[in-house]
Design a protein around this ligand. Structure first.
Ligand SMILES: [Zn+2]
Length: 307
């Protein structure tokens, strides 16, 4: 009887660990002695990636770690926390959320006691939409995430650039005009020449327009291009630079112009789609999943502007 119960515990432990063990590894990329990019896989959340598909950044302060973006669930937050622990014994004392999307905020709960910072608008959007993001994850992965709950920022930033030193690290919090969402915030580390963009810049992957202000986003990309940053850490994909940001800006501008032309000719959104040159986009990850919705969203924006 004793051995049966031991076996039961063993099997149960093995099953309950599956979800965590299955998460793809965090790719830790050291940028300098106090900034580490924690790069996640590319793509939308799937059973295979367990919902882990975002980048995070660990910035080492005097007494603790400032962690930018925390993943789609408590378990992903813990997974990222373990990667941080391989870099430093310092605890995560601050979290910065670049925007409200679930893959950037829902892991906050894995860091109890950490102070959370975001754009003011991001906080409102987390309050409004966090449970929709949890439902999206649950539907895609066909399992529940009962321990994953939103944790809101306690310090927020309004539009423009705010300079602030956190745990000995000089930072500029940059809340631009509406772009990837209505509540994005970028983080500049002026002493390191680093700009952390959240999903305003994504590399190798089609960005999601689901909450976007496309025309304004193109303008913000122009500002990022002129920011003087030497290294851009995007919300998804590999480390990149302002030259790439210029390419992304041109690609998005061309898409916007193409949709605008279609609308002005009186074409519907699906007729417009056939007129667009999408060969640059076709090469990118998640093209099939996101591009149709992105064109729709752009069309709606153009329609609204011409109303
Ligand atoms: Zn996003």
């Amino acid at each position: 009887m004793k051995s049966w119960s031991a076996l039961f515990v063993l099997v149960w432990c093995a099953v309950s660990n599956v979800a965590n063990a299955a998460l793809p590894p965090v790719k830790v990329e050291k940028i300098n002695d106090h900034v580490y990019a924690l790069l996640g896989p590319l793509g939308i959340p799937t059973k295979e990636n367990g919902g882990y598909m975002n980048n995070s950044i660990a910035i080492l302060g005097d007494t603790g770690v400032i962690l930018v973006d925390t993943g789609f669930s408590k378990e992903i937050g813990e997974h990222i926390g373990k990667a941080v622990a391989t870099i430093t014994p310092k605890p995560v004392k601050y979290i910065i959320n670049t925007h409200h999307h679930g893959d950037h905020t829902l892991g906050n709960i894995a860091f109890p006691g950490a102070k959370i910072l975001s754009a003011e608008k991001c906080k409102e959007l987390v309050e409004k939409h966090a449970y929709d993001w949890i439902r999206t994850l649950e539907q895609r992965l066909e399992r529940t995430f009962p321990d994953t709950k939103p944790v809101l920022a306690s310090e927020t930033f309004s539009d423009g650039k705010t300079e602030k030193t956190i745990d000995g690290v000089k930072m500029i919090f940059w809340v631009p005009a509406g772009s990837h969402t209505g509540g994005d915030m970028m983080v500049m580390l002026p002493q390191d020449g680093i700009l952390i963009t959240g999903d305003i810049v994504v590399d190798q992957m089609v960005p999601s327009f689901i909450d976007a202000h496309v025309k304004s986003w193109v303008g913000v990309l122009g500002e990022v291009e002129q920011s003087g940053a030497k290294i851009i850490i995007p919300g998804h994909g590999a480390l990149t630079d302002t030259k790439y940001v210029g390419q992304m800006r041109q690609r998005m501008q061309a898409l916007y112009d193409g949709v605008n032309n279609g609308f002005k000719k009186g074409l519907t959104d699906s007729e417009t789609r056939k007129t667009l040159d999408l060969h640059e986009w076709e090469k990118m990850v998640s093209y099939e999943d996101l591009m149709g919705g992105n064109i729709n969203r752009t069309y709606l924006e153009v329609e609204q502007e011409n109303f």
